[in-house]
Design a protein around this ligand. Sequence first.
Ligand code: SAM
Length: 328
Amino acid sequence: MELIDRHGRVATDLRVSLTDRCNLRCQYCMPAEGLDWLPTEDTLTDDELNRLIRIGVEMLGIRDVRFTGGEPLLRRSLPSIVATTKALPSRPRTAMTSNGLGLKHTAGALAAAGLDRVNISLDTTDPATFERITRRNRLHDVIDGLAAAHEAGLRPVKINAVLLRGINDHEAPDLLRWSTKHEYELRFIEQMPLDAQHGWSREAMVTADETLALLGEHFRLTPLDGRGSAPAEKFLVDDGPHTVGIIGSVTKPFCGDCNRVRLTADGQIMNCLFAREESDLRASMRAGASDVQIAERWAAAMMTKLPGHGIDDPTFLQSDRPMSAIGG
Ligand code: SAM
């Protein structure tokens, strides 16, 4: 069995949200007061989570498992979940998307458990801008986390940045300079309509083309070929060796090459970040479904995957789940 959809795309990359909670309040993601978190009884236990990952990897062709959230480092059992995943016979590639808070203390344990790589989210290296965007004064912790990840060999250490007009867009060249100096691979991601407050607007979004133009004033950027199913268009910076990625999720969608599927912390399969339908594997599991029945339900959930996210469609409706509750 494989996770094929009606358009011939095969999902091999599983994004697993370990919690919907987060210790930052990035303004493009969450309101200042946070959200109503998932009740504990609705959240998958470690055993349930490990079982679904095993079914995905052993029965459905998943080759890459990325842990995300909310903030995945808030799940205390993360090292053991990573180790259980990595111990599967096909040894899937493992990665994590994190804000890096506390990674200073856990990077070594995560690498030892079998985590291969990390993407750390960082939109600025200016403490005041960081606090303005995230509503927390924690820039130093992210910087320490990045260094610890590099030290622990979780390479390449990638940085994900979102540019916000009038807030940090003018800092994009500085962020690239800083990232290359520290050997981190920077990628800019267009802001998407995924915030809980529904405050996204196309006009406010800094587009991929604008980002390229902003950087182009300071660096010689040479496009690299071979994007494949990777979302980032990559550019060599000043003839290399460093690169920068620009992800035009909205203006240059890569849905036709999408190989992803998402499992939320409460056990729902989402076949797209923008899906409005979910498939409840937690209910199946708790009702006593066998591995084969769960795998069949999961495979069936892929059949409704739309050809594109449709943000440009006048009928586009933002998902009821914000990014933090899906797993970015
Ligand atoms: N807490 C982790 C982190 O900070 O990376 C993982 C979850 S977070 C939702 C994953 C990524 O989604 C982060 O890089 C964050 O910047 C990005 N993100 C959140 N809301 C977004 C939005 N509306 N548009 C684009 N990216 C967004």
